[in-house]
Each structure stands twice: as structure tokens, then as C-alpha cells.
Design a protein around this ligand. Structure first.
Ligand SMILES: [Zn+2]
Length: 447
């Protein structure tokens, strides 16, 4: 513990407490404290790039903007209400889908956001921006359509949490629940050494950090990162819990795509996430196709072979936390491929928006603090007290910075990513080839 850290948090508290608070329904958009002017940004912008109308301060505003944009371009729209759970403001929660283009398209660009709840703000902004700036002008290539799915995990999105209404990480949930569940005994061993007391204080953040450091010393840095991150199926109160059954978010997404991509043989898949600290406007492509197979190569042809290269991505993604990418259980993209096989094959990636290093995440205890704060907010559901408002605003800011320069750079990058995916989908459709889903997996070690 140090005075400096307390001062840092006090300072953040003062600046964020006047920012977006989800329960109040107020909208911060791009005007939150900490904004910088666009003139400081080296990123080219056009008159149509309007981050203040794309980035929302809360789930309900993000949803409204997405639906208004979809309606403005005449999209086919569907709404799927999450049963049994509402937002912190008591309002209902939905996964929404919009299709632009023919129902019998041979190739479909599928873009989803909010798989990790609070990470949905950037992806939502990218989707709405594409609808408003690109879709009306774009004569979608022949035999190509777009399906945008908004808020795969609306509970997490609205509550500013990574996991869903059952504390499940939807990006670890696509496994075979009829078979024995994946084991992760090292996770249990490490988690048993973590503090169990409730709270949100800085001493608790430090205790988590110390426990993790001790585990890294004992087992190795990559081993701890892998055990804590790859997914576990034994402890619903612990992070990266993959659940005991296919969750509503997974099932609903699969059924939406089966219906809206019913005539497709090929899917270009973009699952928007945040946040890696390697620079504003940079994207990290976590391609979950099998390394070197034809679908992996196809995604590389769109976004650049170097963009999906395993070693290059390891360096970008790990940002010092591990020397190579940890393994993964139950990635949602694998579930999408399984749901659509054998009629359609899926090439694509989880795409992480990046920002310049920010104080909230880049200080040594950043990830521990998000962990502690998320746990406290989930247990207390206190979105109204001064501390609850601060914690909610902190989690919102760490998921998507409200700096205007970040938002402009992120939207510019997303536009490029969409453009390349649509061009690739057009070529795929022109080739007139059968679907080849490749190997269907529930797990990958990425070696
Ligand atoms: Zn994520």
C-alpha cells in the first residue's frame, strides 16, 4: 500500500464521479471528463466520423442508437429479450440483430459485440458507425449480406461486467456439456490462495496482487496466466467460469445466425472486444481458426498475414503479462462454427480495440482492481451509492475510454477492418466454392 495509490484512486474518483453512471440513464457519450480535442489526433477524420454520436455511456443508449441506425437503413431487425433479468435501472435487456442485404446471400459478414459485457461499447459504436456511414452508400456486393448482433451478453453490458447473469464468461461457454468438463486443477490451487473477504478497498487490491505474484513465483508467469485465463468449470464465484450448460447468450446467438445466415456457405466473423494497451487506433486480431488451415489463411488475406500471425499477436496481446498466448476453452467463435456446420464455414477473429496506456489499467494493480471492483459490484448490485457510482464509472472507463481522440482512432480502425472483411466476403462468394468448416474444436493450446 502507498499513499500515492490512494491519491490516484481519489483523483480518478473525483473525475469519474461526474461522468457516466448507468443506473441514472444519463448519457456521457464522448463528452466525459478526460476528453481531448480531435485536433491533437493524428488520425484522419472525415465529416461523417462522429464519435460523439456513436459511443454511448450506457447500454440502453447504445441499444437505442444501434436500433435507430438499423431502422434508418431499412435493416431487417430482431429483438431477443433476456428472460428473468433486467438492467440496473430496472429496464429490460435484449440481444438485437440487424441484417442488411439478401436473405439468401452466399457470404455473410457477421459482426457481434458485447460478448464480454462492458467491452461492448466500442463494438456497438463500430456497428452503429458502419450502419450510418457505410451501409447506405454501400451497394453490398452481390451475394453478400451483413448481420450485426448487438449485445450478445446484454446483462454484462448493462451492468458493466465481463460475465453474464450467471457469472459465466460467454467466451468460455462453447464446450460440449455432455462430455466431462475440462479440468483446470492449477486454477483451483491458485484461487485457494486468493483473499476471500468482501470489499473494494485498496488493501484488498494489494492482497490480490500479492497472491498472484506469489503464484507466479511458484508456478511461472505463463502457467498462472494460462490457468487463470483459459476457462474453468468448477467455481461460479471465480473468474473465467465457463458454466455448466450452454447459456442463453450462446444459444440465442447460434439460433439468430442459423436463421439469418440460412442460405450462406461462408461467414466472415468479427467479434469486437476491448481493451489492449498498445496504442489508440490499433487492433489486435485473435484469429480462432486453426493455425495455417484454409480459413486461417483466408482471414490473413483480409487483414494481413502478419496481423494474425501467432507470434506477432502474442507480443501485442500479452503486453508483458505472458511470453506467449495462453490456451483457451470454449471460445464463442468455435460454437458459431459448430452451429453453422456443415452448411457454412467461418473465418474471422476476436478483434480487440487498443488504446494508449491509461492510468486505470496500466498501473501495476490495474487488472486486480478491475477484478476486485467487478466482484464487489456483482455481489452488492450497488449502482447508486457514491462508491457504487465510482466503481461503475471506473469499470466503464477501463472498458472503453471516453477520450475523443481514442474514439476517433477506434472508429477509423474499425472502418478499415469492416471494409477488408466485406471485400474478402465478396471474393469468397465469387469463387462459388462449397463450405469447408475444417476441424471443429472446443479447446486450443495455440502451439
Ligand atoms: Zn473480451
Amino acid at each position: 500500500m502507498s499513499i500515492d495509490r490512494r491519491q490516484l484512486i481519489a483523483g480518478v474518483s473525483a473525475s469519474l464521479a461526474s461522468g457516466p453512471v448507468p443506473a441514472s440513464g444519463r448519457v456521457a457519450g464522448g463528452t466525459g471528463s478526460g476528453d481531448t480535442t480531435s485536433s491533437a489526433s493524428p488520425i484522419r477524420t472525415s465529416g461523417s466520423l462522429k464519435p460523439q454520436n456513436r459511443f454511448s455511456g450506457d447500454y440502453q443508449t447504445a441499444r437505442r442508437r444501434f436500433l435507430e441506425a438499423a431502422a434508418a437503413v431499412g435493416a431487417h431487425v430482431e429483438h431477443h429479450r433476456l428472460p428473468g433479468f433486467d438492467g440496473p435501472d430496472g429496464r429490460p435487456l435484449f440481444m438485437d440483430a440487424a441484417r442488411i442485404g439478401p436473405a439468401d446471400a452466399d457470404a455473410v459478414v457477421v459482426s457481434v459485440c458485447g460478448t464480454h459485457g462492458a467491452e461492448g461499447f466500442c463494438g456497438s459504436a463500430a456497428q452503429t458507425d458502419w450502419l450510418l456511414s457505410e451501409a447506405p452508400q454501400r451497394n453490398l456486393p452481390k451475394k453478400v449480406s451483413a448481420v450485426l448482433v448487438h449485445a450478445v451478453n446484454p446483462y454484462g453490458f448493462a451492468h458493466l461486467l465481463r460475465t453474464n447473469e450467471h457469472s459465466v464468461n460467454i467466451n468460455r461457454n462453447a464446450i460440449d456439456f455432455t462430455a466431462p468438463l475440462p479440468e483446470n486443477s492449477l486454477f483451483e490451487e491458485i484461487f485457494a490462495t486468493f483473499p476471500t473477504r468482501a470489499g473494494h478497498d485498496e488493501d484488498l487490491v494489494a492482497e490480490f496482487g500479492a497472491a498472484r505474484a506469489a503464484a507466479e513465483k511458484k508456478y511461472g508467469k505463463w502457467e498462472v496466466n494460462d490457468a487463470l485465463g483459459r476457462g474453468q468449470y468448477t467455481n461460479a464465484a471465480a473468474p473465467e467460469y465457463g458454466g455448466t450448460r450452454s447459456e442463453w447468450s450462446s444459444q440465442t446467438l447460434f439460433s439468430i445466425l442459423k436463421k439469418l445466415c440460412a442460405g450462406a456457405r461462408h461467414i466472415a466473423y468479427l467479434d469486437w472486444h476491448t481493451l489492449v494497451s498498445i496504442g489508440d487506433g490499433k487492433l489486435v486480431y485473435l484469429c480462432f481458426n486453426q493455425t495455417g488451415d484454409h480459413l486461417f489463411e483466408r482471414a490473413g488475406a483480409w487483414w494481413g498475414r502478419e496481423a494474425i500471425d501467432r507470434e506477432a499477436v502474442n507480443k501485442q496481446w500479452s503486453t508483458g503479462t505472458a511470453n506467449r498466448r495462453p490456451s483457451r476453452n470454449g471460445i464463442l467463435m468455435w460454437g458459431v462454427q459448430r452451429a453453422l456446420a456443415p452448411q457454412a464455414d467461418v473465418a474471422g477473429a476476436v478483434i480487440e480495440f487498443s488504446s494508449d496506456p491509461i492510468e486505470l489499467l496500466s498501473n501495476p494493480e490495474g487488472s486486480q482492481r478491475v477484478w476486485v471492483y467487478s466482484r464487489w459490484l456483482r455481489h452488492t448490485r450497488d449502482y447508486q451509492s457514491p462508491m457504487g457510482r465510482f466503481v461503475a464509472a471506473y469499470l466503464r472507463e477501463t472498458a472503453t475510454p471516453t477520450r475523443r481522440s481514442f474514439q476517433e482512432a477506434a472508429l477509423t480502425a474499425a472502418r478499415g477492418s469492416y471494409a477488408r472483411a466485406f471485400a474478402g466476403a465478396a471474393r469468397w462468394a465469387e469463387e462459388n466454392v462449397s463450405a469447408r468448416p475444417g476441424k471443429l474444436v472446443y479447446y486450443s493450446a495455440f502451439v
